[in-house]
Design a protein around this ligand. Structure first.
Ligand SMILES: [Zn+2]
Length: 246
C-alpha cells in the first residue's frame, strides 16, 4: 500500500484539474448508514413504499414519520470525518477543484469544500413545496409532522426522491467536470448506480487517470480505474496528505 500512496500523492501533485466522485462509503465513518447493501436502510424499508415521491405526495406525514425523522436525527448529529477533511485539504492546496457526490448529507460542504455537485440533492436542507423557501434541516421543528413553512406549505427534503429526476444542472456540470479533469478520485463508491457510474467512464475516455479508494474491489477496478488503494477513505486520505505535505 505504501507504494500506491506515494504514487497517488505524486499523481495528485502532477495533475492540473482533479475531480472527486464520492459515495456512501466516505460517510459511513461519520455514522451515516448507506441506503443500499448490508446494514443499509433499504434492508429495513422498501424504498418504493417510503422514499418514492408518490408515497410522499400521498401521505407526507407517514414518510416523515417512517423515514425523514430518522434521517434528520442521523444527519443533524453527523460531522465530517478524515475522508471529507482530506478532500477539503486537497481543495485548500489548490489540487482538487470539484466534488461530485451521490451523498445527501452535506458533509463535504461542512468540511470546507466549495464546489460540490449533488446528484441527489441535499438533506441538510428542507424546502417548501409551495413557495420553495429553504430551511436548514437541523432548525426545523418536527414536534408536528409534516413540518410547515411560514406560508403554510409542507416542507420536504431538498433531496431527490425515487421517481424524481437527477437535477439537470447537476447532471450537466458533472459531465463537464468529468470530461475536463485529468485525474478523477473515486472515493467510497462502487459506482454501479447511474448516473454516477458514467462519470469515471467519461473521465477515462477524455484521457484522465482514475484513482480508486475503496475497501474492496469494485466493477471499476482493473477496468476503468488505473489503480485501487484498498482501505477506508479516512485512513487513506490521511496517508496521501501526509505524503503530499512531506
Ligand atoms: Zn412556503
Amino acid at each position: 500500500m505504501d507504494e500506491l500512496i506515494k504514487k497517488a500523492a505524486a499523481d495528485l501533485a502532477a495533475a492540473r484539474n482533479v475531480v472527486a466522485l464520492t459515495g456512501a462509503g466516505i460517510s459511513t465513518e461519520s455514522g451515516i448508514p448507506p441506503f443500499r447493501g448490508k446494514g443499509g436502510l433499504w434492508e429495513r424499508f422498501d424504498p418504493m413504499e417510503i422514499a418514492h415521491i408518490d408515497a410522499f405526495m400521498r401521505d407526507p406525514a407517514r414518510v416523515w414519520n417512517l423515514l425523514v425523522k430518522e434521517m434528520k436525527t442521523i444527519v443533524d448529529s453527523a460531522s465530517p470525518n478524515d475522508g471529507h477533511k482530506g478532500l477539503a485539504r486537497l481543495e485548500a492546496r489548490g489540487i482538487l477543484k470539484t466534488i461530485i457526490t451521490q451523498n445527501i448529507d452535506g458533509l463535504h460542504q461542512a468540511a470546507g469544500n466549495t464546489d460540490v455537485i449533488e446528484f441527489h440533492g441535499n438533506f441538510a436542507w428542507q424546502r417548501c413545496m409551495d413557495c420553495s423557501r429553504k430551511y436548514q434541516t437541523s432548525q426545523v421543528d418536527i414536534s408536528e409532522v409534516p413540518p410547515r413553512c411560514s406560508c403554510g406549505g409542507i416542507l420536504r427534503p431538498d433531496a431527490v426522491f425515487f421517481g424524481e429526476i437527477i437535477p439537470p444542472e447537476a447532471m450537466r456540470r458533472s459531465r463537464q467536470a468529468a470530461a475536463d479533469c485529468d485525474l478523477m478520485l473515486v472515493v467510497g463508491t462502487s459506482a454501479v448506480v447511474q448516473p454516477a457510474a458514467l462519470m469515471p467512464v467519461f473521465a477515462k475516455e477524455a484521457g484522465a487517470k482514475i484513482v480508486e479508494i475503496n475497501p474492496e474491489k469494485t466493477p471499476l477496478t482493473g477496468q476503468i480505474s488505473d489503480y485501487l488503494i484498498r482501505g477506508n477513505a479516512g485512513e487513506v486520505m490521511n496517508r496521501i496528505l501526509q505524503q503530499l505535505e512531506k
